[in-house]
Design a protein around this ligand. Sequence first.
Ligand SMILES: NC(=O)c1ccc[n+]([C@@H]2O[C@H](COP(=O)([O-])OP(=O)(O)OC[C@H]3O[C@@H](n4cnc5c(N)ncnc54)[C@H](OP(=O)(O)O)[C@@H]3O)[C@@H](O)[C@H]2O)c1
Length: 261
Amino acid sequence: MQYVELPSGARMPMVGLGTWQLRGAKCTSAVRTALQVGYTLLDTAEAYDNQPDIARAIREEGVDREKLFITSKVSRSHLYYNGLLRACEKTLRELETDYLDLYLIHWPNDAIAMDETFEAMAKAQERGWVVDVGVSNFDIPHLEQALLVSKTPIAMDQIEFRPHYNQTVLTNFCHEHGIHVTAYSSLRYGEYKGEHTLREIASKHDKTAAQVVLRWLVGKGVVVIPRSTSRAHLLENLDVFDWQLDDEDIERIEVMDRIVA
Ligand SMILES: NC(=O)c1ccc[n+]([C@@H]2O[C@H](COP(=O)([O-])OP(=O)(O)OC[C@H]3O[C@@H](n4cnc5c(N)ncnc54)[C@H](OP(=O)(O)O)[C@@H]3O)[C@@H](O)[C@H]2O)c1
């Protein structure tokens, strides 16, 4: 596994498990399998309605909390001061933990002053509920505003990012400002299996289209959180570190969002 270092000094794994749309027994089972095959980064949100299912998986697998890196997100309707702190407390209760490794603003909400939200984030940090704080779905103007008002460093922007939604410009902006990036929906909800260019590149390296996408992203220093309920896919998605794409592969992937499929 490779890691990125967050402002607190914490190390965040570069591959984790996404859990959007996983609920109940299906969620618990996917998280248990992921823990069994070596995942330590789990990505959730209050909006996913699955935090108790994740807690159950961790409890049943008997994994020590310190071995895990848990990211959760506060919903955009809870970004006022008391709302955020209440939401954070509920998330901790649901996840059966004393702290979150990373807490993100799920979506910006222009109706609530951003300084109020970051003040609440700083309070959650001061209370020890949250180690690092960040954002999600923030574009450059939102990030510029956040950088102005936040008294605590912004560790992360979690954004939709895949070959057909190339966010290299936003990623470069983040990296220039010391903000890490996590890519979501990077496997296009599982639809990349048959994609011609990715398949060609994959067969050259004896890998799969999904691995090519994930390798492309981690090669940019971007964290990935593919969601999977399949043990085989979970293992496949971890295998993105000890091989490389060449310059020609990368050039072909970089232009994919300019070609009409
Ligand atoms: N911040 C936000 O607003 C936001 C929004 C959306 C998502 N997210 C986060 O990002 C995570 C990932 O995004 P996502 O859930 O939208 O979708 P995704 O990871 O792009 O795609 C998930 C789909 O890909 C399939 N898959 C996984 N590994 C595969 C492999 N190696 N080969 C072929 N298919 C594979 C899965 O099927 P199998 O189960 O069969 O493997 C599943 O159907 C979410 O779960 C969530 O944690 C955040």
